[in-house]
Design a protein around this ligand. Structure first.
Ligand code: HEM
Length: 153
């Protein structure tokens, strides 16, 4: 077995994207439906738990992906590979997803989850906004993954 920097950063990259995509997509899959008949207090508790899963998964996963992705870009050989379409698309969409997860998502979170017991319709509107943003991030991450999966050999 040969341990190289490339293999190490690749491993961290995949680990990070598993954590980031896994937590965000997992939360979306079990997110309670706005019209759900579940008691309001239960919905609020579930949404708070899912939100913290998304926040922590994005934070640790996003950091790992960004640091390892930048390192992989710096050590990539031959340098002409940096101009390939799949890689530049992955980098571009990855950076947009990172900005959304690190700067936009926490702002939305702060403005909408501050009230202790918000009215039901206000809370539904707020959680819809949050969920839509997570959907966009997941979509961007899936596109990055598609780019890597179908890169020219
Ligand atoms: C933050 C921006 C990102 C940068 C700068 C970046 C950069 C890179 C680089 C340089 C490589 C190695 C390419 C090679 O050795 O041929 C790579 C591989 C990879 N990246 Fe990214 N990446 C980023 C985000 C992402 C995201 C968000 C995903 C998926 C959700 C992703 C998925 C992958 C996968 C699966 C590989 C392995 C491809 C292979 O070895 O065949 N990357 N990335």
């Amino acid at each position: 077995m040969i341990v190289t920097w490339k293999a190490l950063f690749w491993l961290i990259h995949i680990l990070g994207l598993t954590l980031w995509l896994g937590s965000s997509l997992g939360a979306l899959l079990i997110w309670p439906h706005p019209q759900s008949q579940e008691k309001k207090q239960n919905v609020i508790a579930i949404v708070h738990t899912l939100r913290s899963l998304v926040a922590r998964g994005s934070f640790f996963g996003g950091l790992l992906v960004a640091i390892s992705g930048t390192s992989l870009s710096l050590i990539l050989q031959p340098k002409s590979e940096l101009a390939s379409l799949w890689l530049t698309t992955m980098q571009g969409l990855g950076v947009i997803a990172f900005i959304l997860a690190f700067f936009v998502l926490p702002r939305v979170e702060r403005t909408i989850f501050v009230q202790e017991s918000p009215p039901r319709n206000e809370f539904d509107r707020a959680q819809n906004k949050y969920r839509n943003l997570v959907r966009i991030i997941v979509l961007l991450l899936l596109l990055c993954l598609l780019m890597a999966a179908f890169k020219p050999q």
